[in-house]
Design a protein around this ligand. Structure first.
Ligand SMILES: Nc1nc2c(ncn2[C@@H]2O[C@H](COP(=O)(O)OP(=O)(O)OP(=O)(O)O)[C@@H](O)[C@H]2O)c(=O)[nH]1
Ligand SMILES: [Mg+2]
Length: 328
């Protein structure tokens, strides 16, 4: 990568990586292009950015042209992963999204409040995960598009109400999914003979465990449910166990955070690159910059390596928290 870029460039590049909408990304790319000095050394970078910009603008244009009203159920993925929150009416799905994200879906004491999905971003340490509030699954009519939203997602958060027949709610919701050929990843093996079954990581969230007085109810629930779902009990009302919930979401997403370290400098620990578990140095290089991928000469790793700054090969598998120095 050219070394003589102005410091503002890196600031905007960071904003670009954090950008959530195509519109924000386009603005950042425009800004980056306008401040890069124009000479031979930056040819490739400018070309790269222009290609990205053209792609985003093309996509925006196509969306406009089709003229079709975008369905509320079509939600672009944003952040390090997407989790769709599902369950019966009144279990607290909207309350969870309201409490955990920047979104403000309607919450009400009566059932069947939510009719359309609402996305929001939840902060887990230094990454953002998209949570989507959805309409209840136990009504007379469930929008077929909701099934598609679930099929495409990275993680399902199946919410039940500790204070209102949670076992029945759990069984009903799992049956709803199974009828639509969606099964929890953990028990995927039981469906090997069936074609077209899709498995999605699933976390059971037991809501309305507001204080210690209902911990006993949760323990009883765990004993009564045969399958070991490793449920998390929370309270959307008091924020109880939100840390545990976030930790569980992070684990189920099966992602790792890896930090880039320019030679001779400190890594920026506030802005990780997020990769699927099992990702290699080579994949990391591709995420940081195409140039690194093409011209990677060596990589050093701090964290999972046996000693700090160890030289590793392209196929070295990175772990959560690793710091990597790439050299071309
Ligand atoms: N005590 C208690 N009440 C809660 C909690 N979470 C939600 N509630 C209440 O439960 C009711 C339903 O909450 P919502 O968030 O609207 O539930 P929902 O699952 O989105 O409901 P639908 O949109 O109808 O499917 C409201 O009265 C909330 O205040 C909780 O953790 N503890
Ligand atoms: Mg709701």
């Amino acid at each position: 990568m050219p070394t003589n870029l102005p410091p503002e460039y890196f600031k905007i590049e960071e904003q670009y990586r954090a950008a959530k909408t195509p519109g924000e990304k386009i603005t950042c790319l425009d800004d980056m292009l306008s401040i890069i000095p124009k000479h031979k050394g930056t040819d490739r970078l400018r070309g790269d950015l222009r290609r990205k910009l053209a792609k985003l603008k093309d996509a925006a244009q196509t969306r406009k042209k089709t003229g079709r009203q975008e369905s509320a159920f079509h939600i672009d993925k944003e952040g390090a992963g997407q989790a769709v929150i599902i369950g019966h009416a009144n279990v607290g799905k909207s309350s969870l999204v309201a409490a955990l994200t920047n979104a403000a879906p309607e919450v009400a004491a009566y059932p069947f409040t939510t009719w359309t999905p609402t996305p929001g971003m939840m902060l887990i340490e230094n990454i953002q995960v998209q949570l989507i509030d959805t309409p209840p699954l136990n009504g007379d009519y469930v929008e077929p598009e909701l099934t598609n939203l679930i099929r495409r997602t990275d993680l399902v958060l199946l919410v039940v109400d500790l204070q209102a027949y949670p076992i029945q709610q759990l069984e009903d919701t799992l049956a709803f999914l199974e009828e639509r050929r969606i099964v929890p990843r953990r028990i995927r093996d039981r469906y090997t003979s069936q074609l077209r079954v899709i498995s999605i990581p699933l976390l059971v969230v037991v809501n309305k465990n507001d204080d210690e007085s209902s911990d006993g109810d949760f323990e009883v629930l765990c004993e009564l449910i045969e399958e070991d779902w490793q449920m998390v009990s929370v309270s959307a009302k008091t924020g109880r166990n939100f840390d545990r919930l976030k930790q569980a979401v992070f684990e189920r997403l099966e992602i790792v955070r890896v930090y880039s370290k320019p030679p001779g400098k400190e890594p920026d620990l506030s802005s990780p690159f997020v990769m699927k578990k099992g990702g290699t140095v080579e994949q990391f290089a591709g995420k940081v910059h195409q140039d690194f991928l093409a011209n990677l000469k060596s990589a050093r790793v701090w964290g999972s390596a046996t000693h700090d700054g160890q030289m590793v090969g392209r196929d070295y598998v990175l772990q959560d928290g690793d710091v990597v120095e790439l050299r071309t």
